[in-house]
Design a protein around this ligand. Structure first.
Ligand code: GAP
Length: 453
């Protein structure tokens, strides 16, 4: 079961501290959200799982954390200054603005139904900001619209500082910014979001095979995070809808509460980017359409040792949205169950490695010093194992604590009761089955580690 509506997720996220509308107390800003205490843990766990699978568990990748402020020259050569636009339509009657493809009803304003609309005009989605103390328009930067451009501009730095040879990849996670005309569907389309991108450099001619490899790898990864395979769709992007850099793109779509849409895109960007950022482009046979006369001082090429020739690698790019991942996984984990004939419960059946809280330690009575002290000690010992956040719940209301931890997806709750003082054991309650068992404190670390591995 998943959530039935987006409202169920929005309500749970606010109630339990996953997500809040940004600048809430002043009425909020559309397309911006803040991750609360549970949200930040969940998002970090998701990013960590990606980093682990893309960087730590492979022998052919490196990581990067580059600046967000980006030079206009880079974004000129990447094609973003000229082509990163959406068609914008203004309603003259109610002054609202729409993306032309969102005028569902025969060219009528979706807000006031007026037909008095402007012709579509291109609207660049990049945010601009001034660099330095003088804002005279001449020295400015963009907030990066995708994380990957700095991977391309650092290509040579990374080659020179490691011993990598093609095929190899560079991974980066972080913020990207787009001035979306109509942000919508909670955190699905927002103006500030995070991406997890891998640029995987390959020899031209091997690119089609590597592309297939990464499409399948990425679907497998999402399934390992807890998404049912049948809720993921592989969608071939139509030729006329491909981004300016792409030879072929396959989107991995997910069935979100508002409908099926893109969760991740896997593109074959050819030699477009490294080619565009390379000096003396005429030295290379670059197959894609590139910006001419790059002013870069660097040759972003590698040597084919057998053929003794320089060439510009092709790049396969799996690019996933962190926020869309958060939304998909929350939706996928959402359950509503009857506990008995009078009581229902909501739970998030998240994979334990993604759960914001790994375990809650609950003394049965809040002011009973021996119980509280022992609970603190157990919490501290589990925390030291370094598997994620463990909390102490000292309210004395077990029922309320179970409900809260079901809703935030805590896999286990440990209750320290009066018997504990005698038998040195705690009651462990499993989130999904609600089954309880006694585990001795002595064996707790082993039990806990096994649970999460
Ligand atoms: N570097 C390639 C690139 O940026 P994209 O398809 O524009 O490709 C990649 O974006 C991913 O980033 C998308 O699949 C989506 O998950 C996420 N994304 C893009 N725009 C977004 C937005 N406005 N809000 C939230 N996520 C977004």
């Amino acid at each position: 079961m998943t959530a039935q509506t987006m409202e169920e997720l929005v309500s749970l996220c606010k109630r339990r501290g996953f997500l809040f509308q940004s600048n809430d107390i002043y009425g909020g800003i559309k397309g911006l959200y803040d991750y609360g205490p549970m949200g930040v843990e969940f998002k970090n766990n998701l990013k960590q799982a990606w980093w682990k699978s893309i960087v730590y568990e492979r022998d052919d990748t490196e990581g990067l954390d580059a600046s967000i402020l980006s030079s206009p020259v880079v974004l000129k050569h990447s094609g973003h200054e000229d082509t990163f636009t959406d068609p914008l339509v203004d309603c003259r009657a109610c002054k609202s603005r729409w993306r032309a493809d969102q005028l569902f009803e025969n060219n009528k304003c979706p807000n006031c139904k007026s037909e008095d609309l402007t012709d579509p005009r291109p609207f660049n989605l990049m945010f601009k900001t001034a660099i330095g103390p003088v804002d005279d328009g001449s020295s400015f930067a963009y907030l990066r619209p995708e994380t990957c451009q700095q991977i391309f501009t650092n290509f040579k730095n990374i080659l020179d500082s490691t011993s990598r040879t093609v095929p190899f990849g560079i991974a980066q996670m972080g913020k990207a910014f787009r001035n979306e005309i109509t942000p919508r569907n909670f955190i699905f389309r927002v103006r500030e979001f995070e991406q997890m991108e891998l640029e995987f450099f390959v020899k031209p001619g091997t690119d089609d095979e590597w592309h297939e490899y990464w499409i399948n790898k990425r679907i497998e990864w999402w399934v390992n995070q807890g998404i049912k395979k049948e809720n993921l769709k592989k969608i071939e992007v139509e030729k006329n809808e491909l981004a300016h850099y792409s030879k072929r793109t396959v989107d991995i779509n997910y069935v979100f509460p508002h409908g099926e849409e893109e969760l991740e895109g896997v593109a074959n960007r050819t030699d477009f980017d490294l080619g565009s950022h390379t000096k003396n482009q005429n030295d290379f046979k670059i197959t894609s359409e590139v910006m001419k006369n790059s002013s870069s001082t660097t040759k972003l090429a590698v040597q084919d040792l057998e053929e003794k020739k320089w060439y510009i690698p092709y790049v396969i790019e799996p690019s996933a949205g962190v926020d869309r991942g958060v939304l998909a996984l929350l939706n996928e984990a959402y359950r509503e169950e009857n506990v008995d004939k009078d009581n229902k419960r909501i739970l998030l059946s998240l994979k334990p490695h993604l759960s914001p809280i790994k375990a809650a330690v609950i003394p049965l009575k809040k002011n009973k010093e021996e119980l509280v002290n022992l609970s603190k000690e157990i919490k501290s010992n589990l925390q030291k194992l370094g598997l994620g956040r463990v909390v102490l719940e000292n309210s004395g209301n077990i029922g309320k604590n179970y409900r809260r931890h079901d809703e935030i997806g805590t896999p286990i709750c440990l209750t320290v009761d009066f018997e504990t003082l005698e038998d040195k054991s705690v009651t462990v309650r499993d989130r999904d089955t609600m089954k309880q068992e006694r585990v001795s404190i002595e064996n707790l670390s082993e039990y806990y580690k096994k649970y999460f591995n």
